[in-house]
Design a protein around this ligand. Structure first.
Ligand SMILES: NC(=O)c1ccc[n+]([C@@H]2O[C@H](COP(=O)([O-])OP(=O)(O)OC[C@H]3O[C@@H](n4cnc5c(N)ncnc54)[C@H](O)[C@@H]3O)[C@@H](O)[C@H]2O)c1
Length: 253
C-alpha cells in the first residue's frame, strides 16, 4: 500500500524546488495534494503533471503572508478532498542583508514569509487535522537555524524561531498531531542560486559549498522530499518535536 493513501496534504511553495518535489512525491504515494504558490502557470503545470500521472491535486494561487490565503488553502483541502491530515509549510525567502543594512520592510517581509505564514497555516489547519482524526506537520526550516551566514540576518532569525514553534505544536497537540522540522543544508533549487548572487562569483560559491559537504554534492529537492515523506507517513509514528538536519554532513565541519 502507498505510504500516504487516503491522506490530504497542503504544500506551500509547491510550484518549485523542494515544495514541488514534495507535492509530486506525496501524490505518487497516494495523497491528495493542495499545492500553494504564487505563479498560476507553474501551479497549473504541477497539478497537470500530478493528475496525468494518476494522482490528485489542486492549485491555489496567493501570497502566503496573507492570513486569508492560508484559510482558503485549508477550506479547499476540506471542500475538494474531504479533510486534512498533513501540512507542509515550506515557502521561504532569503531577505539577504545584515542587521544594519536591511530595510525594516524587508525584515518584516522575510519574517512574514518564513515565520508568520507558518503560524497562519498551523492556526487554521490544525483544527481541521483534529477533525480528520489527526495527522502530521513537517515544516521546512534550515541549518540557518543553527548557524549564521553573512548577510542572512532575517533569514537565520526566522528559521531559528521555527524550532521552538514546532516543539510547542508537538506539546500542545500530541498525540493526535505530530510536528517535526526539516533543516536542509545547501540544496540545488532557485533559492540557493539567489543566495549565491551575494558573492562575487556565484557559480564558485555554490560549487565551494557543495565541496564542503561530507557527501561532496548539493542536496537535490528529492533528498528533502524523501525525508518529508518519512516524517509525514506512519513510518515515523514515534517521532514528534524533532528537528532533522539533512545537509550532506556540512554541519559536522
Ligand atoms: N535551497 C536551499 O539550499 C535551502 C536550504 C535550507 C532551507 N531551504 C528552505 O527550503 C524552502 C523551499 O525553498 P527552495 O530551496 O525549494 O527554493 P524555491 O525558491 O524553489 O522555493 C521557495 C518557494 O516559496 C515561494 N514563496 C516565497 N514567498 C512566498 C509568498 N509570500 N507566498 C507564496 N509563496 C512564496 C516561492 O515562490 C517558491 O516557490 C524554503 O523555506 C527555504 O528557506 C532552502
Amino acid at each position: 500500500m502507498s505510504k500516504l493513501e487516503g491522506k490530504v496534504a497542503i504544500v506551500t511553495g509547491g510550484t518549485s524546488g523542494m515544495g514541488r518535489s514534495i507535492a509530486e512525491l506525496f501524490a505518487s504515494e497516494g495523497a491528495a495534494v493542495v499545492v500553494s504558490g504564487r505563479s498560476e502557470e507553474r501551479g497549473n503545470e504541477v497539478v497537470e503533471l500530478i493528475c496525468t500521472s494518476g494522482g490528485k491535486a489542486v492549485f491555489l494561487a496567493g501570497d502566503i503572508c496573507e492570513e486569508a490565503v492560508n484559510r482558503r488553502l485549508v477550506d479547499l483541502a476540506v471542500s475538494e478532498f474531504g479533510g486534512l491530515h498533513i501540512l507542509i509549510p515550506n515557502a521561504g525567502e532569503l531577505g539577504l542583508a545584515s542587521i544594519t543594512e536591511i530595510k525594516p520592510e524587508k525584515w518584516h517581509q522575510t519574517l512574514a514569509t518564513n515565520l508568520h505564514a507558518v503560524f497562519y497555516l498551523l492556526h487554521h489547519g490544525i483544527p481541521e487535522i483534529l477533525k480528520s482524526g489527526g495527522g502530521s506537520i513537517v515544516v521546512t526550516g534550515s541549518i540557518a537555524a543553527y548557524k549564521a551566514f553573512p548577510n542572512h540576518a532575517a533569514y537565520c532569525t526566522s528559521k531559528g524561531a521555527l524550532i521552538p514553534l514546532i516543539r510547542q505544536v508537538a506539546v500542545d497537540y500530541s498525540p493526535s498531531v505530530r510536528a517535526n522540522i526539516l533543516c536542509p543544508g545547501p540544496v540545488d533549487t532557485p533559492l540557493i542560486w539567489d543566495s549565491a548572487k551575494a558573492f562575487p562569483d556565484p557559480e564558485k560559491a555554490v560549487s565551494d559549498v557543495a565541496e564542503k559537504t561530507l557527501l561532496k554534492r548539493l542536496g537535490l529537492p528529492l533528498d528533502i522530499a524523501q525525508a518529508a515523506l518519512f516524517l509525514a507517513s506512519e513510518e515515523s509514528c514515534w517521532i514528534t518535536g524533532s528537528a532533522l538536519t539533512i545537509d550532506g554532513g556540512i554541519m559536522c565541519v
